[in-house]
Design a protein around this ligand. Structure first.
Ligand SMILES: [Zn+2]
Length: 227
């Protein structure tokens, strides 16, 4: 044990606890079933990330189940195996330097759109606000290699949305922080459900692009309390 590793462990402790808390929110939000879904956080200032351990039930999650890896997915701290989606999260952090948190779920309504390989059209002001346009669908990719990360990054780079529906799989959501990505994941499930319901009533109409642009601009810059 070196002084550096003691310092790093101390720096990681609050991030690991925050990740435990966010997984609690994810579980209570109804977006995940059994052990599915995961959240990761980039470690600011280090080429490291922290992600949920593989296969641990949500009620049993604690700091020890938040596994520290490098950005190749190699484990640095923690006795458990990291999520099977670790390579995908790591790929996103390596290729999107502004991303500080990643959330992955198989939430029912968003995943239903993914099953159809269909983007969620921007037919509501809340979609324009949060996503800046359609929520795109990414390519089908096998789990276990880098093709899923590559498909996510390529799709996100061609979209204003911070979320992508990977075809026949489910949503991956990014944000400046894991908390921000989790909020977007919750809103994604909400709009996936609402647009699905709207389509049962009839044809839905996409909002005019100029209106989408101004809604998105206003929400991103002016919404909320001034600090
Ligand atoms: Zn998955």
């Amino acid at each position: 044990v070196t002084p550096e590793s003691v310092l790093l462990t101390a720096k990681l402790a609050p991030l690991r606890q925050q990740l435990v808390d966010l997984h609690g929110v994810l579980d209570r939000s109804g977006l995940v079933a059994w052990t599915s879904g995961n959240i990761s956080t980039r470690v600011p200032g280090e080429d490291l990330m922290i992600i949920k351990a593989s296969g641990v039930p949500y009620q049993d999650l604690n700091s020890q189940a938040m596994v520290v890896t490098d950005l190749k997915g190699e484990v640095l701290a923690g006795s458990l195996r990291p999520s099977s989606d670790t390579a995908t999260h790591a790929y996103i952090y390596r290729h999107m330097p502004d991303v500080g948190g990643v959330v992955h779920t198989h939430s029912s309504f968003a995943t239903a759109w993914a099953a159809r390989g269909e983007a969620i059209p921007c037919v509501l002001t809340m979609i324009a606000d949060e996503f800046g346009g359609d929520v795109p669908c990414g390519p089908f990719a096998p789990i276990g290699d880098e093709s899923i990360g590559a498909g996510i990054v390529e799709t996100l780079n061609n979209s204003r949305a911070r979320a992508v529906l990977m075809k026949s799989h489910g949503p991956f959501v990014v944000g400046p922080t894991p908390a921000a990505a989790l909020k977007t994941a919750v809103l994604l499930e909400e709009i996936a459900k609402t647009v699905h319901l709207a389509r049962q009533l009839g044809v839905v109409e996409r909002i005019d692009q100029g209106a989408i642009d101004s809604l998105h601009q206003r929400y991103q810059c002016e919404y909320g309390q001034r600090s």
